[in-house]
Design a protein around this ligand. Structure first.
Ligand SMILES: Nc1nc2c(ncn2[C@@H]2O[C@H](COP(=O)(O)OP(=O)(O)O)[C@@H](O)[C@H]2O)c(=O)[nH]1
Ligand SMILES: [Mg+2]
Ligand SMILES: [Zn+2]
Length: 315
């Protein structure tokens, strides 16, 4: 018998049985737990599994079926391990806002580093349009231009006054979509507007700090009111990349990678101090975004500092 992991609470997993519209609670067999030691969780939301029922409500997961893709993050507990957020997704929807909370510089590009290695399409949504100033709206237009030029879709939305909702529904139809973003940007509110039957918990903004209180604490998959699934995830505080090398980063800034065959050092170019770098000359011409490049350098420097620290810690 097979099923789909919808959520996990500690060592129990809720599994939606294939061909049956019901959920059972399952545990995993011990041997599954240890297979890859750099991953903190053996089974993630979105995994398709084989299981055996013990009774009408409970079962045992025997194996995980091959994954189409996965989204992972650096484990909050150990810098050397990664944590699986979700598997087998068709697309990701990154929800952001220009305000409340402010858009963190570099945040979008860091998020794209979690999807790009797996070629997962990303839709970038700017929620809370109803509270944007004229300046916010101009900044939005600039961002939209940058990301649409490199093939990401950017949509303005407001869960408060229904802007963009029909358009987003179309995008989610018949797909499994990972929903991600900082805390308080309105992920749960937007999902509720798209699929009112779900009635997810939302949070009030706390005090004057503009910070949302956590309501979603682990990734959870839901069936939408129409055909399709979404995975609601906890708000992201920050994204680090102990699992990537400098060249991994270079190869996953898609517009850099696309022209790297024109760099003198080709796909070995880190687009920094190398001579005849095509990326740097496109930045001078204005065809590659300077903002993306700055964010790129930032991540690369962070990874190098982390590696330096790891090396020197041993002595
Ligand atoms: N002004 C405005 N506030 C919104 C909008 N969407 C959500 N909010 C508010 O933002 C806060 C956080 O929403 P929530 O859905 O819990 O965010 P999440 O942490 O991303 O899931 C709540 O107070 C919502 O009422 C919107 O489109 N406009
Ligand atoms: Mg939420
Ligand atoms: Zn280069």
């Amino acid at each position: 018998m097979t099923g789909l992991i919808m959520r996990s609470t500690g060592s129990w997993y809720e599994v939606l049985l294939d061909n049956e519209d019901r959920i059972v609670s399952c545990r995993i067999v011990g041997k599954l737990k240890l297979e890859r030691d750099n991953i903190t969780n053996p089974v993630a939301v979105g995994d398709k599994v084989e299981l055996e029922l013990e009774n009408q409500q409970q079962g045992i997961i025997n194996s995980i079926l091959p994954r189409k893709n996965f989204i992972a993050r650096q484990s909050p507990k150990s810098r050397l391990q990664i944590h699986l957020i979700a598997c087998n997704i068709d697309q990701a929807m990154l929800i952001t806002s220009m305000r409340e909370p402010d858009l963190k510089p570099g945040f979008i590009d860091r998020f794209l580093l979690t999807t790009e290695p797996q070629n997962i399409p990303v839709l970038i949504v700017f929620n809370k349009w109803d509270i944007y100033t004229d300046k916010n709206k101009r900044e939005f237009e600039e961002i939209k231009t940058i990301y649409e030029q490199i093939g990401y879709e950017v949509i303005a939305a407001s869960s408060l006054n229904n802007l963009g909702i029909d358009q987003l529904k179309e995008k989610l139809k018949n797909k499994t979509t990972l929903i991600s973003g900082q805390s308080g940007v309105g992920k749960s509110s937007l999902i509720n507007k798209l699929s009112p039957g779900l009635d997810l918990k939302t949070s009030k903004l706390s005090g004057y700090s503009g910070k949302g209180i956590h309501t979603t604490t682990f990734a959870e998959m839901f069936k939408l009111d129409f055909d399709g699934f979404i995975i609601d995830t906890p708000g992201i505080k920050s994204l680090s990349f102990n699992n990537l090398s400098v060249m991994d980063v270079a190869h996953n800034f898609r517009e850099f990678f696309e022209i790297s065959d024109k760099c003198r050092f080709g796909s070995n170019c880190s687009h920094r101090n190398e001579p005849d770098c095509a990326v740097k000359s496109e930045i001078e011409k204005g065809t590659i975004s300077e903002i993306r490049y700055k964010n790129y350098l930032n991540v690369v420097e962070e990874i190098e500092a982390m590696n330096y620290w790891e090396r020197n810690k041993k002595f």
